[in-house]
Unconditional design. Structure first.
Length: 156
């Protein structure tokens, strides 16, 4: 579809109330997203320190764009989490550390793209498993012994 240009060479804007052109839509959406990400105020948060753009969260520190998260530190772009640290893109997770894009999981360390998992260390892309290290299952007692040793060696 060809749109006429204004005398200054800019694309003509749609009439008020008319649907935007594809170019206008892309530009306006980019502006809306940038304004949303830049928003710094916290809404309905309690005792959050150095947080930006958070909503309904409590006792968090240095978090950005989290919603309904509690007792988290250095968490980004996450929802409904508790006691998570240095992670991003989590949803409904608890006690996760250094993890990304995990859902409905607990006690993860350095995990990526896990769903409904618990007690995983260094795992990627798993769903519905417990007590895994580097995507391999371990008996509960052995898992805790191995991860305790690894955390000490890794300085965690």
């Amino acid at each position: 579809m060809n749109h006429p240009s204004s005398p200054r060479g800019e694309p003509a804007r749609s009439a008020p109330g008319a649907p935007p052109t594809a170019r206008e839509f892309t530009a306006r959406l980019r502006d809306l997203r940038a304004a949303h990400v830049a928003r710094a105020e916290n809404l309905a948060c309690v005792a959050c320190e150095d947080c930006r753009g958070c909503r309904g969260s409590t006792f968090c520190r240095r978090c950005e764009r989290v919603t309904r998260c509690h007792y988290c530190v250095d968490l980004l772009d996450s929802t409904d989490c508790a006691h998570c640290a240095r992670s991003r893109g989590l949803t409904r997770c608890q006690h996760c550390t250094d993890s990304e894009r995990c859902v409905a999981s607990s006690y993860l360390v350095q995990c990526f793209d896990l769903t409904e998992c618990a007690y995983c260390f260094g795992c990627v892309g798993l769903a519905g498993v417990d007590f895994h290290l580097l995507n391999q299952p371990y008996p509960r007692e052995e898992y805790f012994a191995l991860t305790r040793r690894l955390l000490a060696e890794l300085g965690g």
